[in-house]
Design a protein around this ligand. Sequence first.
Ligand code: COA
Ligand code: AMP
Length: 637
Amino acid sequence: MQTSRYHEVYARWQSDPQGFWREAAADIDWIKLPQTIFDPKAGVYGRWFADGVCNTSQNCLDRHIAAGRGNQPAIIYDSPVADTRRTLSYSELLREVELVGHMLKRFNVGKGDRVIIYMPMVPEALVAMLACARIGAVHSVVFGGFAAHELATRLDDARPTLILAASCGVEPGRVVHYKPLLDRAIAEAQHKPETTIILQRPQEQASLIEGRDYDWMALRAELIAEGAGPLAPEPLAATDPLYILYTSGTTGKPKGVVRDNGGHMVALNWSMGALYGVEAGDVYWAASDVGWVVGHSYICYAPLLKGCTTIVYEGKPVGTPDPGAFWRMISDYRIKVLFTAPTAFRAIRKEDPRAEYLAKYDLAGFKALFLAGERADPDTVKWAEDILKVPVIDHWWQTETGWAIAGNPLGLGILPVKHGSPTVPMPGYDVQILDETGKPVEAGKMGSIAIKLPLPPGCLPTLWNAEERFQTGYLAEYPGYYNTSDAGYRDADGYLFIMGRTDDIINVAGHRLSTGGMEEVLASHPSVAECAVIGAKDSLKGEVPLGFVVLKAGVHASQAEIEKDCVRLVRDRIGPVAAFKHTLVVNRLPKTRSGKILRGTMKKIADGDAWSIPATIDDPAVLDEIAGALKAGYKAG
Ligand code: COA
Ligand code: AMP
C-alpha cells in the first residue's frame, strides 16, 4: 500500500488554514482574486473569500473549453426507464446553458432571483442549474419524489420568480405526473410564480396554462431562430448564494441550506482530487438524484468543476432491468469512480447475492466505490469489497456541509480501512466528540459530534430566511461549534464512527426524512388524538418509518382502515419517498411523567434490541402494550 499523505496534509491545514485554502483557491478561475481568504467578522461565523468575484458556471464550462476540452463528453445521460442515451460535450452543454440563461433573462430573471427546478434525472436538470449559476439566479431543486404540499412550502419560503420543470418523471412501472403536482403546489402556495417553463418529455405532454406556462423546447427554438449568441457569465461575489437546498429538520418545515459560489467551488474542486482521486478527463458517477445534496455536489458541480465526465442515470440499481445495471454502466462508460448509498448495494446483493451479473461485464477501468448518505454497515462494505476488488470507501457528510466531513482520501493515498468507520476528518474540519456539557470526551466514548467553527469553505453560511434557526439549531448548544446532530465516537487511532442521529431525523434508503414532519401529517387525521413516528430497522432501506396512533374517544375504525388512511395521507402530503407503509393503532403512547413520548424506547422494542424501562416513565405497562401491538401487527423488513 502506498503511504498516505493524509497526515501531512491535515497538519498543513491545521498549522495554516488560510494558506491551505488560498492554495486550493488557485485552482479556480476568479474574475477578481480574493485578497481576504477568511473574514471572521462577516456572516454568522465568518465568510470565505469575501472579496473574491467569480462565476460557477464559467468554472464548470468555459474554463475547460478554453483548455481544449470542448469536445470531451461533459454529461452522459443513460436512462433505462426512458430507453434513451445521450451525450453532451462541454461545448454543447455550454450552448444549452446559454440558451436557458437567455430564456430566464427573457422573463426578467436576474441576479439574486430564485428559480425552482422540479425535474427528474435528465440532462436538462443540470442545464437548468448551470443556467441559473451563469446569470446569478439562485436555484432551488426540489426532488421529484415529494408531494405537491412539500413543493408548496418551498415555493413560499424561496419565493421564486420562475419555475423550470419537466412534464413528468419516470419510475419503474409508472409515470410520475409532475405537471399536475406543480399546478397543485402553485394553487396551494401563497407565493405564486408568474412563469413556468416546462420540458415536455416523450412519455407525457403536459397541458399548459396560457400566459403562465411555456414550452421549453419552443422557447429554445425561438431563441435559436432569433440568433441568440453567447451569454457572458455574471460576475458574482464569492459569498453570493448559488443555491438553496431544502432538507428535513425536526419539524415539517424544511430548512433551506444556502450554498455560496466561491467557497463551494474551492472545496468541491479540492475534494475531487484529494478525496475521490480523479482528474480532468476521468468519468465519475454519483448514482443519486439531483434533488439531493449528493446530486448537487457530485452529479452536477464537482465533476464539471474538475473537467470530468459526469453521468446522469435515470434508473435504479435493481429492476432496470436487473441487478447488473451498475456494472453495465461502469463497463459501457469506463467509469473510474462510483459514489452511491449503501442501500443501493444492499438492493443489488439481495437480488444477486453471488454477484453473478458482475461476471458479464468488464470493469477494468474501475478504481473505487464511495458510499455515503447513511451508515455503511460492515456486512455490505465487505460484500462490495469481495465482489469488486477495489477500495470501498465510506465517507460521512450532510446536506449542510456539501462535501465530506470525514473520509478515506484516495487521492492523498488511502489509509487502512476499518469497517464501520468513515475513517478520518478531512482538512478543514476540526471534529470533536462532546459530552452534554460541551467538553471533549476521551477516545472510545460516545458523544455528540461537533465541528469547531469556522466551518470550511463549501459549508452552509446560514439558512435561507432563517438565520435565527441556524443559530439555535446548529450553533447554540455547543458555543464555538457546529452541532452535526450525529452521535458517535473516535477511536485511539483517530478514526471516527458515526452511530446515528441525536434528533428526530431518520434515514430511509439514504433519504433524510423528518419523523416530526410525518407526525404533523398523522395528527391532521380527524380520528387521531395523538401519534408518534419512529424509524424502525430495515434490512434493505436501513430504516423505515413506523407510525403509532391513538384514536380519539368514540372513534370505531379498524386497524386496516386507519393504516390505509395514514399511508395515503403521508404519501399525499410528503410524497412516496417517505416510504411510509405501516401504522399501528394503540391505546396509549409511552410517556415520561413530564409528557415526553419515549420514542427511543419504542424504537428499541420495534428493532428487537435490548431495552430497559426509563426511570422517568409515567406508566411502565404502556411499553408492554406497545410490544404487544408490534408483535400482533408489524413484521420488520
Ligand atoms: N420521483 C418520484 N417518485 C420517486 C422518486 C422520484 N425521483 N424516487 C423514488 N420515488 C418513489 C419510488 O417510486 C417509491 O414509490 P412506491 O412507494 O410507489 O414504490 C418510493 O418513492 C420510495 O422510493 P425508494 O425508497 O427509493 O424505494 P424503491 O423501492 O423505489 O428503491 C432502492 C429502493 C434501494 C433501489 C432505492 O432507494 C435506491 O436506488 N437507492 C439508492 C440510493 C440513493 O439514491 N440515495 C440518495 C442519496 S445518496
Ligand atoms: P443528508 O443531509 O441527507 O446527506 O443526510 C445526512 C445524514 O445522513 C448525516 O447527518 C448522518 O446521520 C447520515 N449519514 C450520511 N453519511 C453517513 C455515513 N457515511 N455514515 C453514517 N451516517 C451517515
